[in-house]
Each structure stands twice: as C-alpha cells, then as structure tokens.
Ligand binder design. Structure first.
Ligand SMILES: NC(=O)c1ccc[n+]([C@@H]2O[C@H](COP(=O)([O-])OP(=O)(O)OC[C@H]3O[C@@H](n4cnc5c(N)ncnc54)[C@H](O)[C@@H]3O)[C@@H](O)[C@H]2O)c1
Length: 301
C-alpha cells in the first residue's frame, strides 16, 4: 500500500504502547484512526493526543476476546470511518511464571486476548474488507517469541506462535485469491511499553497462579526497570509502516533480531537443540549462559 491518505485504520490495543505508536505513524501519513481498546480512560487520552497532532481519531471500548463485542467494533468502524483498509490486531497481554504452576485462568486470559483477539478481528472485519474491493492490509502483532518459547513465558510464547501460524495461513489465502489485501506480522523484541503491567486489564473474576505480577513490589520494580530498557515503540511502528508500504510479511526491528533468529530458527534447521532462555530460575553456570548469540535478553531491542 502506497497511498495512506484518508485510509481508515482500526487499531486494537491502540490506547498505549505499540498500538498508539502505530496510530501516530499511520495517522501522520494521512490515515483516519479508530482506537479500539479495553481501557476507557486511556482511549480518551490517546484520542485527544492524536487529535492534537491534527490526526482524525476516534475511540471505541472493546474486549477483543469477546467476538460479539468485536462485531460491535466493526459496526462502529463502519459508522465512524466507512470502509476499513488497515486492521491492526495488536492488543496483547502477558504473564510470567513456571509453565506447570500457571492457573487455567492464566492460560485462558492470555490465549483469549492474544489468539482469539486476532481471530475475532479477522472474522469481524475481513469479509467487509474483501467485499469493498479497495484493498488493504491486516497487521497482526506477534513477537520474536513467535519463533521461540522462553522459560517462564509459556502462555505468551505459545499464543504468539499461534499468531504466526494463523498469519502465514491468511497471507497465503490473500495472495492466492489475488485480493489486494496484504498481511504482515510484527515481531518485536523488547519494547518499552506497559506490557509488563498487563495485569491491569485482567478479568475481575480470574484466579491467577500467584499475585506477584500485581502485588509484589520488588517484582514490579524489577519488571519496570527491565521493560524500560526496550526499544521505543516508535521504532517498531516505523518498521511496520515501511513493511506495509513494501507489502512485506515479516516485520523485525532493532539491532539483534538477526542474532535471535540465528539462535532459534537456524538452530532448528541444523538439527540443534533450542537454546535456553528464561526469565525464571536458572541454575546453570555463567559460562553456559553466555553461549547465546546475543549477550542477554535485554539486548533484544
Ligand atoms: N512490549 C514488548 O516488549 C512487546 C514485544 C513483542 C510483542 N509485543 C506485543 O505488542 C502488542 C502491544 O503491546 P504493548 O507492548 O504495546 O503493551 P501495552 O500494555 O502498552 O499495550 C497493550 C494494549 O492492549 C490493550 N488491551 C489489553 N487487553 C485487551 C483486551 N482484552 N481488549 C482490548 N484491548 C486490550 C491494553 O489496554 C493496552 O492499551 C501486544 O500484542 C504484545 O504482545 C510487545
């Protein structure tokens, strides 16, 4: 897609972080934006922030895990923007903890938002995008974690692997049918956003495995500091903008993603075991931890 002027873009999880950076970047190129998010207050701030930059912006509160609510979003988008050209299935949440201790609600919450949120967006929007015939692009937010399951991150990494698979399927369908609809998957490493505070949007009646994510002050301070070392959201938004312009499927950004892929995908091709990367307990000697192609997880920016 080369001409963004007056194109309509719906961005889930658009009220903060990477989604808000998408809104700014594509809005600056001339897109009209609908911010779709679960956080009402954050939607209002995002819309006034964008409007203040001269970008046409609207807001709609939605839980992407709820298909009927996403159908409501599609109706609101048609009402506010007319035909939709760019669909960003970006809303996502994360939780950390040992795979065998995670509660069923942990798994369901992360998969409901990260996987079903994407499926719901595609089912609610794509029929109309295909029908209007003006072309467009679907941008799903994956992660470097789409390519490798990290310790202490099983619900998240497995959900992002699912996003990779479904995005590749959709890409093949859109190309084979000559639809004029492009598909991209955005695969950032660490980005300085509020993803480490995903617990702020958990369903009230959830029963999580531990309260450390939202009540343990030492853990919270550590994750705040860690996440803050990530790349600026604007950087991945710019890479995404260029990829959509050039109709590229994979969107990577930052200095170390090649080394990461070399350490994951290329190892599998060579028949080697996965490297060990965990946010949890690691009793291995320092010498073994240093064998990764990059220095530490913090370098994935
Ligand atoms: N930050 C990173 O390091 C990183 C790395 C790779 C991929 N990602 C992915 O980027 C995407 C955006 O995350 P971010 O880092 O900007 O975090 P963020 O927490 O700043 O933004 C996520 C947004 O999604 C919204 N959201 C959460 N649950 C929702 C729901 N059920 N329905 C609708 N909206 C909901 C939040 O309110 C928030 O505005 C996610 O898919 C995330 O997995 C982030």
């Amino acid at each position: 897609m080369r001409d963004f002027s007056s194109k309509a873009a719906v961005i889930t999880g658009g009220a903060s972080g990477i989604g808000l950076a998408f809104a700014e970047r594509f809005g600056r190129a001339g897109c009209r934006i609908l911010i779709a998010d679960i956080e009402g207050q954050a939607i209002e701030s995002a819309v006034s922030h964008l409007t203040g930059q001269g970008i046409e912006a609207h807001g709609h509160q939605v839980d992407v895990a709820d298909f009927s609510a996403v159908e409501g979003l599609a109706a609101a988008a048609a009402d506010k923007l007319g035909n939709v050209h760019l669909l960003f299935n970006n809303a996502g949440v994360s939780i950390t903890g040992p795979t065998w201790l995670m509660a069923e609600d942990d798994w369901r919450w992360v998969w409901d938002v990260n996987v079903w949120g994407v499926v719901n967006g595609i089912r609610a929007f794509l029929p109309a995008m295909l029908a209007h015939g003006e072309g467009g692009h679907v941008i799903n937010t994956g992660s470097l974690a789409s390519f490798n399951g990290n310790g202490d991150h099983a619900p998240y990494c497995s959900s992002k692997a699912a996003v990779l698979g479904l995005s590749q399927s959709l890409y093949s369908e859109m190309k084979a049918m000559i639809t004029g609809i492009g598909v991209s998957i955005v695969c950032p490493g660490m980005v300085a956003t509020r993803i480490h505070q995903s617990w702020r949007n958990r369903p009230d009646d959830d029963r999580p495995w531990s309260d450390r994510e939202f009540a343990n002050k030492a853990f919270l301070a550590g994750s705040e500091e860690f996440q803050g070392r990530g790349m600026a959201p604007e950087q991945i938004a710019q890479s995404t903008f260029e990829a959509v312009q050039e109709d590229r499927f994979y969107v990577f950004s930052g200095a170390n993603w090649r080394a990461f892929m070399e350490g994951t995908v290329a190892r599998a091709v060579r028949g080697e075991n996965p490297f060990v990367l965990t946010w949890g307990e690691d009793r291995r000697p320092e010498s073994e931890r240093g064998r990764r192609p990059w220095a530490s997880a913090n370098d994935l920016v």
